[in-house]
Design a protein. Sequence first.
Length: 582
Amino acid sequence: MPSLFVIRGVDQGSKFELRTPSVTLGREPNNPIQLHDTEVSRRHVELRLVDGRYTLVDLNSSNGTYVNGRRVELHSLVNGDQIQLGASLLLYTGAPDETTGAAAQQVDIVAKADAKDQSRILRSMTQEEGSRIFDLALDAPGDPWVARVRANLQVMYRTALAVSRTLDIDQLLARIMELIFEWVEPDRGCIMLYNPDIHQLEPKVRRTRPGIRPEERISISRTILDYVIQHREGVLTSDAQDDSRWDNAASIMQAGIREAICVPMQGRYDIVGVIYIDTSLAPRQVLQAASGSKFSAEHLKLMVAIGHQAALAVEDTRYYSAMVQAERLAAVGQTIATLSHHIKNILQGIRGGSYLIEMGLSDHDESLTRKGWDIVERNQTRISTLVMDMLTFSKDREPELISADLNKTIGEVVELMNVRAGELGVTIEYRPDRRIETLTFDPEGIHRATLNVVTNAIDACDKREDGVVIVRTELAQPEALVRIIVEDNGAGIPPEEMQNIFTLFVSHKGGRGTGLGLPVSQKILKEHGGAILCDSTVGQGSRFTLEFPSNLPKPPGPGTTMPAVGMIDPDEMEESEPAEQV
């Protein structure tokens, strides 16, 4: 779906999906998309759907509308366009290209056993090996021009690798400056990024050559910076007095710079910063310095190319961060809305129970008071379960592995759910595998995971007169697994819903479910190195299998040894005891 991401401005991180044929953007609340930027007009622009593509129309805004840095009155948007309204910058993400579907219909991925597949691999090559195409050592003595071109290609290749391996801007800039010092060998260098909030360049990375005092301040010529930003050109200066573009009284002479290169970091649409390097001499040393230039036009070309690569990487990192922030905000909004709905239902139940308690106390009706208290207690349990599930799902943790009895842990779950099963007229049976001895696992986590699954199984049988839930444990010796199997003869899960049963906040129990139970159980099993498997048939019931390794690492203990984990000699194996009906 077409959407707008705010990547700069007051509303940075916000995402707006375009769902209607016409939508206006502006500062007033009655706009479908409201921006809180004071430089945006009340009704700034309108997006109109024309022939399957959105067209942007400026609504006589005070500060104008810019797309990709160019002022527009009318513009047909394409995927990736940047829209500037006041101080806000929005990224337009359009629908997929129509040619994608056509390509998919014309390209076949041939199966391995297909007769059409006659190909075989002759040679494989790693990324590191591929980069050796630029290795100067491979060249026989020959044309120095070829060697210089290959050296520049090597520089650009390594720059591309460097900028593609990090999403942290500070690390990215530090790596680029490190490579510049390796290739160009300046005395000092600095990378500055443009801060749109204060409309100024801010130094982000600074580096000096060994031998130069690191605490020495770098004085960067305002003359050079202004020229680079205004003309979007890289500059090389080696002698300020001989360069007609610089005024002799300007700051470059006062700084005593002998040679300097300053290039813009030109991204797709705008300048995001500058890269500056120099060889510096004090004013009195300039007069004594030998003639000759350390920097050349080749260095300038290389620095311009590096600046462009760095700018693209900075833009990509910022876009990625903005999109992550937008997704995070969307997830938070969805979470708040969903939880608010569940909590509202629970509070309504508590309010209803409290009303019955109040009536019972006023009329001295103990049965009415008891009925109200049962409602309050049931809803207190629901909100407690909701909070515990939220806490379990919200943080990554290592399971607290201890030596415990799995059969006893699962038996406690069955005993706890016996009352609820009885209220719904469901029979619950527990069939433990007596071969299972002491295991190493997190009893609290496995208890919670099993409790969620058993609760779902009982709820699935509430409309059947002969509802049965069977809970059993099983030791799978060849696979070194233990399994907790929960079977029911309830309504079953339709095939189209199976893929969503572990999706957060997706519940098929109406107002009774929060959509947290199965995701929480799945998370706990993954923390144990296990998984949850599901097999279900509509109208016949479901079977959930919770399995994890029986040989999890033993908890550390000073000088203690533990018995073999969950395994005994098959020859000494006793017969499983009959099923216990609870």
